[in-house]
Each structure stands twice: as structure tokens, then as C-alpha cells.
Ligand binder design. Structure first.
Ligand code: HAM
Length: 441
């Protein structure tokens, strides 16, 4: 909306970050960084703008439709990054020979998708991505799942608040092969299944017809898929596949058991539910896939990820198994707000210096020394305010202490230290005050 040409609103799906929003964002990022560090992951970053084909070829059709894309002034086709995984794959591939494996990397950054803005979905949002590359066994999947769960727990969320729904594209490959759908068509069929809940059934049926010989075959497949998706635990999956007599799927379920045991040993089994209805919209996943949801499942996903063993090879020619996830800041911020799990606003400063003009040198000298000692220090910028007025400002700013330089202050820098909470006062020499500041306020 433009008011008389003066005011231009923020674009739909984009956000202004006021200081309290930045405080929340910083809290979310620093909590994630702490947890990722605890699992030995290192931070990296990449460009926000990338060649268009990095995403059109690697992310899959859904993301390709949502790109912010344009031609730069040099005529290159470019896009704002909608996700981090292709950039990561390129970066790791370029140094694959020299990186210690498994490679444990994470990153925090802004991403852009031209989606219809709605609750939990914006056009500009932050993701915390974490990936482990160079390990093909299920402990790799287990480790990234452990970081995801531990990150969400670090915000105070419990198993009653969120669940990670675990699925497996490998099982889907086996399941689809029993219907004659070959590996090369599987990503497309899974893309259709991923969007199934969001479009009328006729559209899904129509889309599937390309991959099945007859309408009856599609119907039969959808019936079986519904039973497959109804398996809510490992035992039901085992029953389902033993009935279908698919030995490769049975073998794969052994890896499921290993993964769940690994998570159980880390004390994280309660946070995971089996839900093969999760197939993920991105094209590059090859194995276990998962999404984290708020427990009621009403909101959009908090996080999503999985294994993508072929992406680095396709981009760089260097084969490197990989798995990882991204947590979004929008749904997570909404959930923390709802559950009242936001940290109290930090606000306030450590010291407010109250002084009249004659004491300016002593007062500002002390302010700088306190800042050098790591304290936050404020004072009035408007000259000539009374001491009483300055104290009011200190109070309003939430200062823990006021330091008063009045007429009684000697040339030795004596001042009055006032505790703004209790109102108690003591006379101190400003040098001693700075010395004391090696201890916490
Ligand atoms: P994704 O499922 O597309 O996965 O996104 C991960 C998370 O980012 C979502 O669960 C959601 O929280 C957040 N997100 C996605 N789109 C939006 C949006 N328009 N508005 C707000 N939040 C959004 C990926 O991006 C994969 N690259 C993750 C990954 C990393 N897989 C392996 N490594």
C-alpha cells in the first residue's frame, strides 16, 4: 500500500525484523549453533544468488515453480536460493579429496520461495541446515536425526510437543517396483504422491496414469499405497512386506531396526514415529526421509530432510553419500510463541551514567572503561538534564545500576553507585568499579 507516495509496505511473504524479532531470531540461531557444535558440526556458508540451473535441475519441479529468478545485468539466468542442499553439494564436491570424513557441516541463512504466503509459509525465511557427508550407513541417518531432535528439545520442546515422522524412499522404490514402476520414474511418482493431499483425487489419478498401464492399475496401486501408508510401526511394515513377498524390502527393514535401535540408545526413540506417507517434495532423496511436526500435526512442517546419496555425484562427478535436514524459523518461531517457550526479553543495560556537564570527562572515561570490561553502558545524550531526570531515564531503560557523578565527586573520580532494583547506594572510586567488573554484575 502506498500512502500519498510516502509509505511503501514490505513485499508479501517478506518480514521486517524489529529488535524483538531479531532477538528471537538470534536466540533460535544460537541455540541451534550450540547443539550442532555439541555434535562436532562446523559452520559454512554459500552465496544467496546462484545460477538458475543449480535448482531447476537438482531440486525438482515443485521448487523450480517457486523460484525467484531473473537475468542479471550480464545476461546470466540466476535465482535466489530456495534451499541450501545443491550449494552444499557443489562446495563439498569441489574439496571432497581434502575434507576429513564424515564431513559434518551446518549453516544458517535466508532462503526464498515464491509460495502463497500463509501461516507457517513465507516467501523469505531462514533455514538451519545440517548435513553429514561421506557415511553411507544408517548411523549417519541416525546422527542427523539425533541433532534434529536435540535441537528441538534445546528450545524446551518435549516428545508431547513434536514428533519426527520417519519414512523411506528405498521402501517406496521396492513397493513401486512391485507395480512395475522402474527406478527412473520413481522420483516423479513420489512427487505426485507428495502433492496428493493438496489436489483433488482425480488430478492425482490423472497424473499417475502416465506410469501405469490402465486406470484399474492406478486404482489398485492407490489402494495398496493407502495400506502401506497405514503402517504405523515397524512390525506392521514387516507384515505388509512379508505379505507382498518382497525380500529386498524385508532386508531394508533390518536397516530400519538398526536405525531405531541407534536412536533408542541415544534416548531419542520417543520422538520418532513411523509414517511412510512422508515422501518429501524434493527430487534428490534416495533413502530415509523425515519431517518434524508439531504434535497435533495441524501446522506445516517444522523441519524436513533425508538421505541423498547421488546428488554430489550428479553435480560434481564425485560420489559421496549424504544426509541432512533443514529446520525453518517460521513454524518453529510460531510453535515456541504458542508454547510460551520464548526467552524473556533481555533488554536493559548494566550501567547508566548520570552526570552534569562539569563531570563529563570523568563520567565518559568511566563509561568507556566499563565497556572495555564488557559491560553495557548508557547515558543521556541531551545536555543539561537534571540528575533526577537522568535517573528516570536510567530507570526506564531498565539499567541495573546508575553511577552518579555529582558536585561531591572529587577529582579522584569518586562517584555514587546506585542499585536500581533495591535503591541502595555506596560511594566508590571509579577505578575500583572497573576492577570489580571482572566479576559478573
Ligand atoms: P524443505 O522440506 O523444503 O527441505 O524445507 C525444510 C524446512 O524449511 C521446512 O520444514 C520448513 O520449516 C522450512 N520452509 C520451507 N519452505 C518454507 C517457506 N516457504 N516458508 C517458511 N518456511 C519454509 C529442504 O529445503 C532440504 N534442502 C533440507 C535438507 C537438507 N535435506 C537434506 N539436507
Amino acid at each position: 500500500m502506498v500512502h500519498g507516495g510516502a509509505m511503501v509496505d514490505v513485499l508479501p511473504g517478506f518480514r521486517d525484523f524489529y529488535p524483538e524479532d531479531c532477538a528471537l531470531r538470534n536466540y533460535i540461531f544460537s541455540t541451534f549453533r550450540r547443539v550442532a557444535g555439541g555434535f562436532g558440526f562446523e559452520e559454512f556458508d554459500g552465496p544467496i544468488l546462484e545460477p538458475l540451473e543449480l535448482f531447476t535441475e537438482k531440486s525438482g519441479p515443485e521448487i523450480a515453480e517457486q523460484l525467484f529468478q531473473f537475468q542479471d545485468r550480464g545476461g546470466r539466468s540466476v535465482a535466489l536460493r530456495p534451499e541450501m542442499t545443491p550449494t552444499l553439494a557443489r562446495m563439498v564436491g569441489a574439496r571432497a579429496a581434502s575434507l576429513r570424513r564424515p564431513i559434518r557441516w551446518f549453516t544458517v541463512g535466508e532462503h526464498f520461495r515464491y509460495e502463497r504466503p500463509q501461516k507457517g509459509r513465507l516467501r523469505a525465511f531462514y533455514q538451519m541446515n545440517l548435513d553429514l557427508l561421506g557415511e553411507k550407513g544408517v548411523r549417519g541417518d541416525g546422527e542427523v536425526l539425533a541433532v534434529l531432535i536435540s535441537s528441538l528439545r534445546a528450545f524446551g520442546l518435549a516428545a508431547g510437543d513434536f514428533q519426527v515422522r520417519l519414512s523411506d524412499r528405498r521402501l517406496w522404490f521396492h513397493f513401486l517396483s512391485s507395480f512395475g514402476v522402474g527406478d527412473s520414474s520413481t522420483p516423479e511418482v513420489l512427487g505426485i504422491m507428495d502433492r496428493m493431499g493438496r489436489v483433488p483425487l482425480e488430478i492425482t489419478v490423472q497424473r499417475l496414469q502416465t506410469f501405469f498401464p490402465t486406470a484399474a492399475a492406478v486404482e489398485k496401486f492407490l489402494g495398496a499405497a493407502s495400506s502401506f501408508c497405514g503402517c504405523g510401526d515397524l512390525n506392521s511394515l514387516e507384515n505388509f512386506f512379508s505379505n507382498l513377498a518382497l525380500p529386498l524390502a524385508m532386508e531394508r527393514l533390518g536397516e530400519w531396526r538398526e536405525l531405531l535401535q541407534f536412536l533408542g540408545a541415544l534416548g531419542l526413540a520417543d520422538f520418532v514415529t513411523v509414517d511412510v506417507g512422508i515422501v518429501r517434495g524434493l527430487a534428490y532423496y534416495t533413502g530415509f526421509v523425515f519431517e518434524a511436526f508439531e504434535r497435533t500435526g495441524e501446522s506445516r512442517a517444522l523441519a524436513g530432510g533425508g538421505r541423498y546419496d547421488d546428488l554430489v555425484g550428479k553435480l560434481t562427478g564425485i560420489s559421496l553419500p549424504a544426509c541432512g535436514f533443514a529446520i525453518g524459523d517460521v513454524t518453529l518461531g510460531n510453535l515456541l510463541r504458542e508454547k510460551k517457550l520464548l526467552p524473556p526479553p533481555s533488554g536493559g543495560c548494566d550501567f547508566w551514567i548520570v552526570f552534569d556537564g562539569s563531570a563529563q570527562a570523568a563520567a565518559l572515561g568511566l563509561a568507556q572503561n566499563l565497556r572495555l570490561a564488557g559491560r553495557s553502558v548508557l547515558y543521556a545524550l541531551t545536555p543539561g538534564l537534571s540528575m533526577g531526570k537522568q535517573l528516570k531515564l536510567a530507570d526506564r531503560a531498565g539499567a541495573k545500576f546508575a553511577v552518579l557523578f555529582g558536585e561531591e565527586s572529587g577529582s579522584d573520580g569518586r562517584c555514587t553507585l546506585r542499585n536500581m532494583v533495591t535503591g541502595s547506594e555506596e560511594i566508590v572510586a571509579s577505578v575500583h568499579l572497573v576492577e570489580k567488573m571482572t566479576c559478573p554484575v
